[in-house]
Design a binder for this molecule. Structure first.
Ligand code: MG
Length: 160
């Protein structure tokens, strides 16, 4: 049996007024932010779910229940750090990580290098192993009309 494990993560959060927009641990100036129990960093949530899938940890809802007040408003990078520690415990390392943000606006291209750096640093890997990209959905659906954002992540892990 190979020592490689692939995982996919998907997440959605609603965009509302009066919240900060945090993506990949970067605060992006915008008139709306994502609604959620934590900082609602949809991109980092998809990453955690991809890793949880590959390492057979279940999902982030199981690891960090949104009924637990300990996670209210918490930085999702802190949660990712905990997921990273679980990987180390189970002797997994991240080979590479690819993330796609689905958002109509704002343009996140100016922030993607910083998101990659944040994710890489939190996971203890090189920025060369992380790719963050974004697409619109051509004005269609809930991302198109600006009522929410979604993110997909795919990760490859190696069991040491
Ligand atoms: Mg989420």
């Amino acid at each position: 049996m190979t020592n490689l494990r692939i995982g996919h993560g998907y997440d959605v959060h609603r965009l509302v007024e009066g919240r900060s927009l945090i993506l990949g641990g970067v605060e992006i100036p915008w008139n709306k932010g994502l609604l959620g129990h934590s900082d609602a960093d949809v991109l980092t949530h998809a990453v955690m779910d991809a890793i949880s899938g590959a390492a057979r940890l279940g999902d982030i809802g199981k690891l960090f229940p949104d009924t637990d007040p300990a996670y209210a408003g918490i930085s999702s990078l802190k949660l990712l750090k905990e997921v990273s520690a679980l990987l180390t415990e189970r002797e997994f390392c991240v080979v590479n990580l690819d993330v796609t943000l689905l958002a109509q606006a704002p343009k996140v291209a100016p922030y993607r290098r910083q998101m990659e750096a944040n994710l890489a640093e939190t996971l203890g890997i090189s920025e060369n192993q992380v790719n963050v990209k974004a697409t619109t959905e051509e004005g269609l659906g809930f991302t198109g009309d600006g009522s929410g954002m979604a993110a997909h992540a795919v990760v490859l892990l190696e069991k040491l």
